[in-house]
Design a protein around this ligand. Structure first.
Ligand SMILES: Nc1ncnc2c1ncn2[C@@H]1O[C@H](COP(=O)(O)OP(=O)(O)OP(=O)(O)O)[C@@H](O)[C@H]1O
Length: 573
């Protein structure tokens, strides 16, 4: 399609000169026939007119074909780049997403797919117009080369001016990316199904709108400065261009009056000149758009230059099945990107095959961070994690993920069907309805599906038509089912039961214990009724392990665990 587009444009670029030249022949012929003494037949002039008509029709048809291909190519380009961005984003690490600089890049790259679809056709049009100009200029050149020079000298400042202002606009918009992100966020806060409840209750809309207005006014003021300057200089340069054009026109007319050239040549030259000027203007305007597009394209490529830091080894070890020795943490420490604080430090423990481990500790103690390290969402800043005697980094990442079932406290509520929400735990099995139902039974989500009008095909969430909204605990049951979708050797539940009622939580964990028999499991919970079911408990404090042992041992010890346990127990007495 691209090649056909180029070919059509190339053919079309020769037509203006041809049409003008045939026009010149027609006028010269008419002048000849007008001569009173002439007795020549009229056929030639009609032939020429027919030829011109044919050329104009051809030019029209070529234009249609080019527009059609531009629009098809533009759509393909937009789809292709969106997919490329999503694919690349999928390869990147979790901590890269948690970085504001990265987010800005992603945001700017994303904008390219929407805003730059016409770039391709603009570049091609630019080439086409340049070739047309080349043809026209060759015609002019035959007459007087100085005219071309005059035209160039008067038009050049405009090019330079435009490219200067492009850089300015780009620099400004680049510096505004964080604020633009905030603007988008405010727009979302101000009008979205997820935020409406709180915004209404706390009456925050005036506050949000005021902030939005402050930011958008600031953008307006910054942009206005450049736009006004650009308009001023643009007008001046355009005047210069027109002066050059009319200077040349005066010259041609003078020569015609003096009888040095024919009327046909006058129309040809004046026509070439007018077209050259129109073309130059078009090229100039497009030059702004193309060079703006080109500088923005840099963001696009910058995004693709970001490479993930966590990658699979060249020769990965096969994932052990079954795991024989378990996971060993050797003095593991971890700091989040841009943070000076250790979120985890000096972690030394083993997760044995078949063991149920519970992590307890106050908010921010480092429990979630520990399981993210265990599932290799992050690599340790210091120390290492071994699986069956080999560093976790030596295993294939995909296999490791497949062998780890993890449900986070901030799991996603997919605005998809009930069964898709469960299948998210192992999307390869999305059509395996038996497996989905079995997983739902384990997590108590099955009863819920029976009550929904659409059953397993019921759309969940409020975003799409006919979606059913679930309660917090109901969503959790659906999310927990995801953990049972894969035959993972390590299951991690990071507090996904906090919204379950007491009976449901008890049942969920009973089943969890049964189902994970022989497999490794890590539970994070603030409810000691749940925690005490674990074989062993790690008590985390400020990112480090303060105590470890079974519920009974830790209670008898009378340390931190006993203190937290008694605090909670006292509330129930
Ligand atoms: N993505 C992140 N970027 C930077 N710092 C983080 C990030 N996530 C957590 N932290 C910091 O790391 C520390 C440990 O957080 P973590 O989420 O592991 O705690 P937690 O024990 O799971 O807490 P909670 O009981 O509240 O879930 C906290 O002080 C937190 O501020």
């Amino acid at each position: 399609m691209m090649l056909a587009n180029i070919l059509l444009r190339f053919i079309k670029s020769a037509l203006p000169l041809l049409i003008l030249y045939v026009g010149k022949l027609i006028i010269d012929q008419v002048m000849l026939l007008n001569n009173a003494h002439n007795t020549l037949p009229h056929t030639r002039v009609w032939e020429l007119l027919g030829l011109e008509f044919g050329l104009v029709i051809l030019s029209d048809m070529l234009s249609r074909g080019i527009t059609l291909m531009d629009s098809l190519l533009g759509d393909l380009f937009a789809n292709h780049t969106s997919v490329k961005i999503m694919n690349h984003a999928a390869t990147l690490d979790l901590d890269q997403f948690e970085d504001a600089v990265f987010y800005d890049k992603l945001e700017r790259a994303r904008q390219q797919t929407v805003g730059r679809t016409v770039l391709l056709s603009q570049v091609l049009s630019q080439l086409q117009d340049l070739i047309t100009m080349g043809f026209l200029a060759a015609g002019l050149m035959a007459f007087n080369p100085w005219l071309i020079l005059l035209l160039l000298v008067t038009i050049l400042p405009a090019f330079l001016g435009e490219s200067y202002f492009n850089d300015q606009t780009y620099a400004l918009s680049r510096s505004q990316t964080p604020e633009r992100r905030e603007l988008d966020y405010l727009r979302y806060l101000g009008a979205s199904d997820e935020t409406a409840k709180e915004i209404k209750m706390f009456d925050l809309s005036a506050f949000i709108i005021a902030r939005f207005k402050t930011l958008s006014d600031m953008f307006y003021r910054d942009n206005r400065r450049i736009v006004i300057k650009r308009a001023g200089w643009g007008t001046f340069f355009a005047l210069l261009g027109s002066a050059g054009y009319y200077g040349a026109y005066v010259f041609i007319i003078a020569r015609t009056i003096a009888g040095n050239i024919t009327i046909g040549e006058l129309t040809f030259l004046a026509g070439s000149f007018r077209q050259l000027r129109t073309l130059l203007e078009a090229i100039l305007t497009r030059f702004t758009a193309v060079s703006q597009g080109a500088v923005y394209l840099r963001d696009f490529f910058e995004f693709f230059e970001i490479k993930p830091r966590i990658h699979p080894p060249a020769k990965p070890l096969p994932f052990p099945n079954p795991v024989m020795q378990g996971f060993v943490f050797e003095d593991v420490g971890f700091k989040y990107i841009h943070s000076d604080r250790w979120a985890n430090r000096h972690l030394n423990f083993t997760l044995f095959p078949g063991e149920k481990l519970a992590l307890v500790g106050e908010n921010g103690a480092g429990k979630t961070t520990l399981v993210k390290l265990l599932s290799r969402l992050y690599d340790p800043t210091e120390g290492r994690i071994l699986l069956d005697g080999h560093d976790l980094k030596e295993y294939d990442l995909t296999e490791l993920r497949l062998n780890t079932g993890i449900i986070f406290q901030d799991y996603l509520r997919y605005q998809m069907t009930f069964s898709q929400n469960i299948a998210a735990g192992n999307i390869a099995e999305k059509d395996n309805i038996e497996l989905i139902q079995a997983a739902a039974k384990q997590s108590l989500a099955d009863e819920l599906a029976q009550r929904l009008p659409g059953g397993y095909g019921q759309m969940l969430g409020k975003r799409f038509f006919d979606g059913a909204e679930l309660s917090g605990g109901e969503w959790q049951k659906v999310a927990i089912a995801r953990a049972y979708m894969r035959d993972a050797q390590l299951l991690i539940l990071d507090e996904p039961t906090s919204a379950l009622d007491a009976r449901a939580e008890y049942e969920v964990f009973q089943r969890f214990a049964e189902l994970t028999k022989g497999r490794m499991a890590v539970l994070i919970s603030h409810r000691f009724s749940t925690v005490r079911m674990a074989d062993r408990i790690l008590v985390l404090q400020n990112g480090e392990i303060a105590e470890t042992g079974s519920h009974e041992v830790l209670l008898a010890k009378g340390g931190r665990y006993a203190e937290l346990f008694n605090l909670q127990a006292a509330g129930y007495k």
